[in-house]
Design a protein around this ligand. Structure first.
Ligand code: TXA
Ligand code: MG
Length: 330
C-alpha cells in the first residue's frame, strides 16, 4: 500500500520518518516529482532502481536542503559556486567531482567519480530535506522510460503499490526536469557542459558563466556525442507518451490527436497565448492526459526553439524518436 501524505508539518515528519527507516517517498519538487530515498543507504537506493525498473548504470541526483549540506560530498569549483549562487534553490543540477570519503551509496553514482546534486525550491521538498537532515537520492518518480510525473496522481498511477508514500505538494510549477550542467577540466580552465536542457535556460546560464574561462558546449540528444561526461539517462525515447508522436506538425492527419501551441484549433493546447513557461508546465501533464485518453497517434504543433522552448523541443524530439521494444508503448 502506498500512503498519500499531505505536505503539512505532520505529513512532512511522517515522510521523513519513512525515509530514515530506509523507505521510499515520492516528493514534490518545482520541476517534477522525485522518488526519494536515503542517499547513504544502499538498500534504499537499490529499492529506488527496483521500483522504477531503472537499469542501474543510470546514476541518481542527490537532493540537499542547501549548499552547506554539500560539504564533504562534492568539490565545488568557482564556476560551480557561481551557478549555485545564481540558481539554487531552483531547477539546476550540477555534476561535480565526488569528495574523498563522501558518505553516499555507490549505487547512487553507478560507479562514476562524479555526483549530480541539486537544491530544490519547492517548499515541501525544502521542509522534507530539513526534517530528514541529509541527502536524498531522487530520480523522477516514474517507471523507467515513461513520462515524469507532475502531480501526486501521476505518481500513484505509475508507482502506486511499489513505494511507501507520496508526499502531495500539488502541481509542479515548472513541469520539466532540471537543467543539468557538468564540468570538464580542460587546458587553461574549466568548461561547463550543458548535459540536459531543463528549467534553467541556456541564456540564463550564459549570463552567469559569460567569462572567457567557461564555454558552454551545445547539448546533444545523442548520448554518444557527450564525451567526457555523459548523462546516461539521455536515452532517445525517454519522455514519451504511449502513442506514436509526430512533431512540428502544422496540419494534423485524420485520426491524429492534435496538441497545439498558440491560438489554433486542437484537442489539447500547450499554451493558447503562446507562453513558453505555461507550455513547459503543461507538456508532461498533456502527455499523461494523452495516455489516459488512449491516444494512439499524436501530432504536436511547432514550438519556438528559444528560452524554455529549447527544453520543450528536447523532450518533444525524444518523445518522437524511435522506441525500444521494452517500453510498453502502444
Ligand atoms: O528535475 C529533476 O532533475 C528531477 C527532480 C526529481 O529533481 N530529477 C530527475 O532525475 O530528472 P532523473 O534520474 O530522472 O534524471 C537525472 C539525470 C539522468 O539522466 C542521469 O543519467 C543524470 O541525471 N546523471 C545523474 N548523475 C550523473 C552523473 N554523475 N554524471 C552525469 N549524469 C548524471
Ligand atoms: Mg527521469
Amino acid at each position: 500500500m502506498t500512503q498519500l501524505i499531505q505536505s503539512d508539518q505532520d505529513g512532512v515528519c511522517r515522510a521523513a520518518a519513512i525515509l530514515r527507516s530506509g523507505g521510499l517517498v515520492a516528493m514534490p519538487t518545482e520541476t517534477v516529482y522525485g522518488l526519494a530515498g536515503d542517499a547513504t543507504n544502499d538498500r534504499a537506493v537499490a529499492a529506488i532502481y527496483e521500483a522504477k525498473g531503472r537499469p542501474n548504470f543510470n546514476p541518481l541526483i542527490v537532493h540537499v536542503a542547501g549548499v552547506a549540506q554539500l560539504e564533504g560530498l562534492v568539490q565545488l569549483s568557482k564556476s560551480a559556486k557561481q551557478l549555485a549562487n545564481a540558481f539554487w534553490p531552483g531547477p539546476l543540477t550540477l555534476v561535480l567531482p565526488l569528495a574523498e570519503g563522501a558518505q553516499v551509496s555507490p549505487l547512487v553514482t553507478a560507479g562514476l567519480k562524479t555526483l549530480a546534486v541539486r537544491v530544490p525550491a519547492h517548499p515541501a521538498a525544502q521542509s522534507l530535506l530539513h526534517e530528514f537532515g541529509g541527502g536524498l537520492a531522487a530520480p523522477s518518480a516514474n517507471p523507467s522510460g515513461r513520462v515524469s510525473p507532475v502531480n501526486a496522481a501521476h505518481v500513484m498511477d505509475g508507482l502506486g503499490g511499489r513505494i511507501d508514500a507520496v508526499l502531495d505538494g500539488g502541481d509542479c510549477e515548472i513541469g520539466l526536469e532540471s537543467t543539468i550542467v557538468g564540468f570538464e577540466t580542460a587546458v587553461g580552465g574549466q568548461r561547463a557542459l550543458l548535459l540536459r536542457e531543463g528549467g534553467i535556460t541556456r541564456e540564463a546560464l550564459v549570463d552567469v558563466l559569460g567569462d572567457r574561462q567557461d564555454l558552454l558546449t551545445a547539448p546533444t540528444s545523442d548520448e554518444k556525442s557527450v564525451q567526457t561526461i555523459t548523462a546516461p539517462g539521455q536515452l532517445a525515447s525517454h519522455y514519451a507518451p504511449l502513442g506514436a508522436v509526430r512533431i512540428n506538425v502544422k496540419e494534423p492527419e485524420p485520426g491524429e490527436t492534435f496538441v497545439g501551441f498558440g491560438a489554433m484549433a486542437c484537442d489539447l493546447n500547450l499554451s493558447k497565448t503562446g507562453d513558453l513557461a505555461e507550455a513547459a508546465a503543461n507538456l508532461f501533464r498533456h502527455f499523461h492526459k494523452l495516455d489516459a485518453m488512449g491516444a494512439t497517434r499524436i501530432a504536436i504543433a511547432p514550438v519556438p526553439n528559444s528560452g524554455l522552448g529549447r527544453a520543450i523541443n528536447d523532450r518533444l524530439r525524444r518523445a518522437a524518436a524511435p522506441r525500444n521494444n521494452d517500453q510498453g508503448t502502444r
